[in-house]
Design a protein around this ligand. Structure first.
Ligand code: PMP
Length: 428
């Protein structure tokens, strides 16, 4: 960076801190400013292109013209709310629900994933009469007070009288992964019973993003979900990260597990950057909630959001992005494995479709977590103009989520620069 660029970055950092306060965090040791995005590329003020292998929001590509035009067209005509009749939202609901298995027949709209999860908690409590929720130990589900309690990755301790129970993420990737996870869930259910807490549900991100990305073996969620249902709770699939084709082949992460959830929450990539989110449901799970309370969300489901949502689904279909995520995801996975053969610091490569967790440990899979090396790689890649981040309880997992339009050529750039960053680390 030139002296001028550094000065302007430092100015922005200081201004941001002064205006936005102390709770915000920036990515990277050298924070980066972007002024434009196109496809898989983000551009800084000097016009340098950064390869985006992280942002799963603009997942059909930054500033995709089809989505931008749909938003602009609708914004130029009308934008109101769901207390007036409007056909576009219903067209969107039909198109979106068609991507779900039979049984999930209704959808309610929100603006953020947090709102969708918060609504799911309320619906779960109403339909089960329970108050206890089970989540994983490093889960993240959102920003509301109710969800902060169910998001241990924020680092807040559980209150003594909390009705939440935490279970370890399913990290073993063996034949018995499902059984081990179910055993933890049964343990949590037993503990609720002992404390007079009625279970409301199991809430999991179906690819366990903040826990460190756990996808295999497909199907491992089933025994845990059966246990929760047998105890009177429901299964809420948080698809905010894995949804909309990220896991390749299928639209939804839960589909890899051969499950039909009771509630499904979604957000992030739904509007390719426009804030639209939602909660899909089995109608029988929603019935009691609807009878008891009314729902209105000022911005959720407005015509512009619906137009954005439809446009995203059209792009996923017309550009064959599920197949692309599967194909390029498979290619990347092979490339990561080849890197693993050359760099023993890579202890495991996990994931599905275009969502990867590349774990770094000293001394192989049972070795010590290489957290500072993970941070060093994330920053070294940023210096090489490739964007990724880190996840997991020990922050030793490279979290890589390229856009669904990633090509094998983009994958080669990512791998080459990751290889260079790992080699540079070997030399230090
Ligand atoms: N669930 C998961 C799994 C998430 O990753 C996130 C956001 N990182 C949320 C829920 C909350 O979504 P939002 O930030 O749109 O409120």
């Amino acid at each position: 960076m030139s002296i001028d660029e550094t000065a302007s970055t430092n100015d922005l950092i200081a201004r941001r801190k002064r205006l936005l306060g102390p709770a915000y965090r920036l990515f990277y040791e050298q924070p980066v400013q972007f002024v434009r995005g196109e496809g898989v590329w983000l551009y800084d003020p000097a016009g340098n292109a950064y390869l985006d292998a992280y942002n799963n929001v603009a997942s059909v590509g930054h500033s995709h013209p089809h989505v931008v035009q749909a938003i602009a067209r609708q914004a130029a005509v009308l934008n109101t709310h769901t207390r007036y009749l409007h056909e576009t939202l219903l067209d969107y609901a039909e198109k979106l629900l068609a991507t779900f298995p039979a049984g999930i027949g209704q959808i309610m709209f929100t603006c953020t994933g947090s709102e969708a999860n918060d609504l799911a908690l309320r619906v779960a409590r109403t339909c089960t009469g329970g108050t206890g929720f089970i989540v994983t130990e490093t889960a993240y589900h959102g920003v509301t007070s109710a969800l902060a309690e169910l998001s241990p990755s924020l680092g807040l301790p559980l209150a003594k009288d909390s009705h939440a129970r935490l279970v370890p993420a399913p990290r073993s990737a063996g034949d018995d992964t499902g059984e081990i996870f179910a055993r933890h869930v049964r343990g949590a259910l037993d503990d609720m019973k002992k404390n007079g807490i009625r279970p409301a549900g199991l809430l999991v991100d179906t690819i366990f993003s903040s826990d460190g990305v756990f996808a295999d073996p497909a199907g491992f969620l089933r025994p845990a979900v059966e246990a929760v249902r047998a105890a009177g709770g429901i299964f809420i699939a948080d698809e905010v990260q894995p949804g909309f084709g990220r896991t390749g082949e299928q639209m939804w992460g839960f589909a890899r597990h051969g499950l039909i959830p009771d509630l499904v929450t979604m957000g992030k990539p739904m509007g390719n950057g426009h804030p639209v989110a939602g909660m899909a449901a089995r109608p029988e799970v929603l019935a009691e909630f609807g009878a008891r309370s009314r729902y209105f969300n000022t911005f959720g489901g407005n015509p512009v959001s619906a137009a954005a949502g439809i446009a995203v689904l059209e792009v996923i279909e017309s550009e064959g992005l599920l197949a692309n995520a599967q194909r390029v995801g498979g290619y990347l996975r092979d490339q990561f494995r080849q890197l693993q053969a050359r760099h023993p610091l890579i202890s495991e490569v996990r994931g599905a479709g275009l969502f990867f967790g590349v774990e770094l440990r000293h001394g192989g899979p049972a070795g010590t977590p290489a957290a500072s090396e993970t941070a060093a790689i994330v920053n070294a890649l940023r210096e090489r103009r490739v964007l990724i981040s880190a996840a997991g309880p020990q922050a030793n997992v490279l979290k890589i989520r390229p856009q669904l339009v990633f090509s094998t050529e983009h994958a080669d750039i990512l791998i080459e620069r990751l290889d260079q960053s790992l080699q540079a680390l070997d030399k230090t």
